[in-house]
Design a protein around this ligand. Structure first.
Ligand code: ASN
Ligand code: ZN
Ligand code: CA
Length: 327
């Protein structure tokens, strides 16, 4: 006697949200049958296995150990809905089959990750000033690694590794705007809720990636030699410029000021078109060895398919790559 239910949950980040749950006997559990039976588990500080499926007596979730489960389950659901409703993709493999989420990994673990071998996402609790790693942009980032693995499969080193990382950041931002809870409205910052530095700053900035002290704003010939979380910078910057344009802008209370390598001005085409172009490029034109130069070609091809090669959208794609020194 298993039945689909809609619970409510309050985690650390998204206010009170609805959750896809299942009733088994007299107990509810975090199994989302409307989204491929996505399940969310409590690893109980272990670092292997799946731990235990979260259960609850009254389908009202949150507090204590459940809060991370609520946020992880919600983040996976919103990411699933974004890919389905905005991009027409039915799950990570486009076959309706869900991954699963594991929370409370290890002790004071300040990271989250996607793993191809388990087809699952895993979240640490954070430590010190670093909050649990279960904010929606982090969840969407990790789940999007699964999409990349099952499409372009960009090699996780060199320039393709930077493009792989940027792809996860780009979808992370798109999902955060799509979901848009009052307590975590959309922004072009990655991991701003985690407070990993203890001073309120995010992990990464898409309008001007060098604000993190390590990421690059523009392509240069040495880019493939640095960590993929820093060589992602120019592609994140491309996405910001294509979406919002260069110069100063405030969105949902956050101020941005995005520069260009050559002083050119870029006019944005909006996030909705930019994300459709990136997704089509990722799923149609990019391969495991795509570098920045070929990413330019891939996104131009995608923009041509979607909007025509004479369109303002096509021209903006070229202008945004030129602005980050990919010509
Ligand atoms: N959170 C990191 C990422 O998704 C974990 C890692 O570096 N593998 O990129
Ligand atoms: Zn990543
Ligand atoms: Ca964010």
């Amino acid at each position: 006697d298993e039945a689909i239910h809609t619970g409510t949950g309050t985690g650390d980040y998204n206010g009170t949200v609805t959750l896809g749950t299942t009733k088994s006997g007299s107990t509810y559990n975090l199994t989302d049958s409307g989204r491929g039976n996505h399940k969310t588990y409590d690893l109980n500080q272990r670092t292997s296995g799946t731990g235990t499926l979260f259960t609850d007596a009254d389908d009202v979730w949150g507090g204590g150990r459940q809060s991370a489960g609520v946020d992880a389950h919600y983040g996976a659901a919103e990411t699933w809905d974004f890919f389905k409703n905005v991009l027409g993709r039915n799950g990570i493999k486009n076959n309706g089959v869900a991954s699963y989420s594991r929370t409370h990994y290890g002790n004071s673990y300040v990271n989250a990750f996607w793993d191809d071998s388990c087809f699952c996402m895993t979240y640490g609790d954070g430590s010190g000033n670093a909050n649990p790693l279960t904010s929606i942009d982090v969840a969407a980032h990790e789940m999007s690694h699964g999409v990349t693995s099952n499409t372009a499969d960009l090699n996780y080193s060199g320039e393709s590794g930077g493009l792989n990382e940027a792809t996860s950041d780009i979808f992370a931002t798109a999902v955060e705007f799509y979901s848009g809870t009052p307590s975590d409205p959309g922004d072009y910052l990655i991991g701003e809720k985690i407070d990993i530095n203890g001073d309120g700053t995010p992990l990464r900035y898409q309008d001007k990636p060098s604000k993190d002290g390590a990421s690059k704003d523009y392509w240069s010939s040495g880019l493939g030699g640095i960590d993929v979380h820093y060589s992602s910078g120019p592609a994140n910057h491309f996405f910001y410029l294509l979406s919002e344009g260069s110069g100063a802008k405030t969105i949902n209370g956050v101020s941005y000021n995005s520069p260009t390598s050559d002083g050119s001005k870029v006019t944005g085409i909006g996030r909705d078109k930019a994300i459709k172009i990136w997704y089509k490029a990722l799923t149609t034109y990019m391969t495991s060895t795509t570098n920045y130069a070929r990413a330019r070609t891939a996104t131009l091809s995608a923009a041509g398919d979607l909007y025509g090669t004479s369109s303002a959208e096509y021209k903006a794609v070229g202008a945004a790559w030129t602005a980050i020194n990919v010509k």
